[in-house]
Design a protein around this ligand. Structure first.
Ligand code: PMP
Length: 438
């Protein structure tokens, strides 16, 4: 195409321009779409307008991070007040104490907090803390679970049937090309929701194991909640072998006032946070036991785990995060839970009415549509087969055409600003999308 070609949309024109300065026009793998993504112009409430002026209901909410939708007045106000006072300082601010106190008050296992800029960093710092505290090199993580892009955390993120043919425990498989063998050797991959399988692996590697990293409802492993007994078993075996139990609540903090661990009643030694906690701004945090978190304490000289971060605990993020958390009282979680249940039931009814095999997993404000009727328990059972994956792509595209944005893997995240009418509009679009994919 020449420059004179009339492009069908402004998004297409922007995508073409982007290829001149960004690899493949992209700076965030998750938002790439073939042949090009829609570009956002603005958001308000639960709607996003693309650069061609088309409005859609947003059930992606920046990959679950916006629990109050877009441009919520209380969050805009909190951020703007701080921006007017200065956006970043080479000094701490009171805002970081306020947000840390809020996390300590809400989550029983959190006695001290450290802020960073992303969930990826939070997981990285948690794993470094576990290694420093225990003096051990290895970490265990669940097959298929996403924890950001730290080398160790992304091992065996997307294994497939070819990797599963090998008898025995899940293999440590590189996700990014070039991952050093040493990284793979130091990651023990455990099966999700399989007590015997996980416990025996943790025992076998026990003396070398610093920590066990687990997301209580991993979205890349089907958004199937962990059995409480599985988390209790991990807690017990961690105590037995002297490893730390690390909950990744970067997404699952959405589930309740005290996160997933508040609902499941199992306490972690360390917990990572991110997403909703920043009120729409970049954020990450880790919190946990006072003795473990002491690895970051600089008051007696160089800490066991030093860490700077030019924008860590940024006051704009902290103030917007506080405003977001203040709006999330117990009643807000109850309402989000009812909205989620309504959608999950509605989707399963529509799937049934259309004669399409499928289900909706998840809990609270998080749900995931699967176009398979296998019992879903873990990454392997939830991973779509090739035909299911193709149908999911068509379903997500049909929904987009019908005015609703969800993630490409079928993940949906609701926001407090959605009304009953919005939910009905989402269900109507899902009905139309199911008719379209037949
Ligand atoms: N942990 C989990 C469970 C996540 O879902 C994500 C991001 N989707 C991360 C960590 C990484 O967070 P970030 O994208 O902020 O680096």
């Amino acid at each position: 195409m020449t420059d004179a070609t009339v492009l069908s949309s402004r998004s297409e024109a922007l995508a073409r321009r982007a290829r001149g300065s960004l690899p493949g026009g992209n700076t965030r793998t998750t938002v790439y779409r073939d042949p090009y993504p829609l570009y956002a112009a603005r958001g308000e409430g639960c709607r996003v307008w693309d650069v061609d002026g088309v409005a859609r209901i947003d059930c992606n909410n920046n990959y679950t991070s916006l629990i109050h939708g877009h441009a919520h007045p209380a969050l805009v106000d909190a951020a703007c007040r701080q921006i007017a006072l200065g956006t970043a300082f080479g000094m701490p601010t009171e805002s970081e104490i306020d947000l840390a106190e809020l996390l300590c008050a809400r989550v029983a296992s959190v006695e001290r907090v450290r802020f960073v800029n992303s969930g990826t960093e939070a997981v990285m710092m948690a794993l470094k803390a576990a290694r420093a505290f225990t003096g051990r090199p290895k970490i265990a993580k669940c097959e298929g679970a996403y924890h950001g892009t730290y080398d160790y955390a992304e091992v065996s993120l997307d294994t497939g049937p070819a990797d599963w043919q090998v008898q025995g425990p899940p293999a440590s498989v590189a996700y990014a090309h070039g991952t050093p063998q040493g990284v793979l050797d130091d990651v023990v991959v455990i099966p999700f929701n399989d007590i015997d399988g996980a416990v025996s692996l943790i025992r076998a590697h026990g003396p070398a194991l610093a920590g066990v990293l687990v997301d209580p409802m991993p979205n890349r492993a089907g958004l199937v909640p962990a059995d409480p007994a599985y988390l209790q078993a991990l807690h017990a075996v961690c105590r037995e072998v002297g490893a730390l139990l690390i909950f990744d609540e970067v997404i699952s903090f959405r589930l309740g006032h005290a996160g997933a661990q508040g609902l499941w009643g199992v306490e972690a030694d360390l917990t990572t946070f991110g997403k909703i906690m920043g009120g729409g701004f970049p954020v990450g945090a880790l919190g946990g036991r006072v003795d473990v978190m002491a690895v970051f304490d600089p008051t007696s000289g160089k800490p066991a785990v030093p860490g700077g971060g030019t924008f860590s605990a940024n006051p704009v993020t902290m103030r917007a995060g506080l405003a977001a958390m203040d709006l999330l009282d117990e009643a807000a979680f109850v309402r989000l839970g009812h909205m989620g249940d309504h959608l999950r039931h509605g989707i399963e009814r529509l799937l049934h009415d259309h004669g399409i095999r499928g289900c909706a997993t998840g809990r609270g404000s998080l749900l995931q549509v699967h176009l398979s009727d296998r019992p879903l328990r873990d990454y392997r059972s939830a991973r779509p087969e090739a035909a299911e994956a193709r149908r999911l792509v068509a379903f997500v595209q049909a929904l987009l055409d019908g005015g609703v944005i969800i993630s490409t893997n079928g993940l949906m995240a609701l926001s407090t600003v959605m009304t009953g009418d919005d939910l009905e509009a989402v269900l109507a679009a899902i009905a139309a999308a199911l008719s379209a994919i037949g």
